[in-house]
Design a protein around this ligand. Structure first.
Ligand SMILES: *[C@@H]1O[C@H](CO)[C@@H](O)[C@H](O)[C@H]1NC(C)=O
Length: 185
């Protein structure tokens, strides 16, 4: 009797634990505006306008995970084009940067490697979002946000004007947008 009642207690406990899952409505598409108000309104990293501009290409909306996937794709496209821009600035053989411009060349080289890392993490991040491994995806995005910030900080440390302020800002915010969207996925 004691063992019966303890096992039925376990069954009830399991059912109670499952209740929120069983009662949760099926995930449904969120309009971009609503999603951006949700994640942008509470963010210190980006605002609703940035979110709307970034996700404008997604169209009507989607599940939070789909919107996060879109942010991950945008970040990858951004980082790829930034990496190419840095490559052009450094020049194939350093021709664009004069010998005396070490103050600029050093942080640029560091940024080239940092953006290489962001680009490299793109496919794994996209796969993690697709596979529902949101924690893994978030970790990659946080690393990307830190890399963009690190790139910008490098110019400050070298007392050089950053030629990548806009790119660093976009990459940082896109990564943080992805993190915020995943928080609701
Ligand atoms: C980078 O992201 C910003 C912000 O979403 C966007 O305006 C810009 O077009 C993107 N650039 C590329 C090359 O993807």
């Amino acid at each position: 009797m004691a063992s019966f009642s303890s096992s039925s207690t376990s069954v009830i406990t399991v059912l109670l634990l499952l209740l929120p899952v069983l009662l949760a409505p099926p995930a449904s598409a969120v309009p971009v505006l609503a999603a951006c108000k949700t994640v942008g309104g509470g963010s210190t990293y980006f605002d609703v306008t940035f979110c709307l501009e970034a996700l404008g290409s997604v169209g009507g909306g989607g599940l939070y995970r789909d919107l996060a996937a879109a942010a991950v794709g945008l970040l990858a496209a951004n980082a790829t084009s930034t990496e190419a821009k840095i490559g052009r600035q450094l020049g194939e053989s350093g021709v664009k940067i004069k010998a005396g411009d070490a103050a600029l060349a050093r942080p640029l080289r560091s940024c080239l490697s940092l953006y290489g890392g962001i680009v490299h993490g793109g496919p794994a991040c996209a796969a993690a979002v697709k596979g529902g491994k949101f924690g893994d995806a978030t970790a990659i995005l946080e690393k990307a946000a830190a890399a963009a910030k690190e790139c910008e900080d490098g110019f400050r440390r070298s007392n050089a004007a950053s030629p990548l302020t806009a790119e660093d800002d976009d990459a940082f915010k896109l990564a943080k947008l992805g993190v915020a969207l995943l928080g609701f996925a």
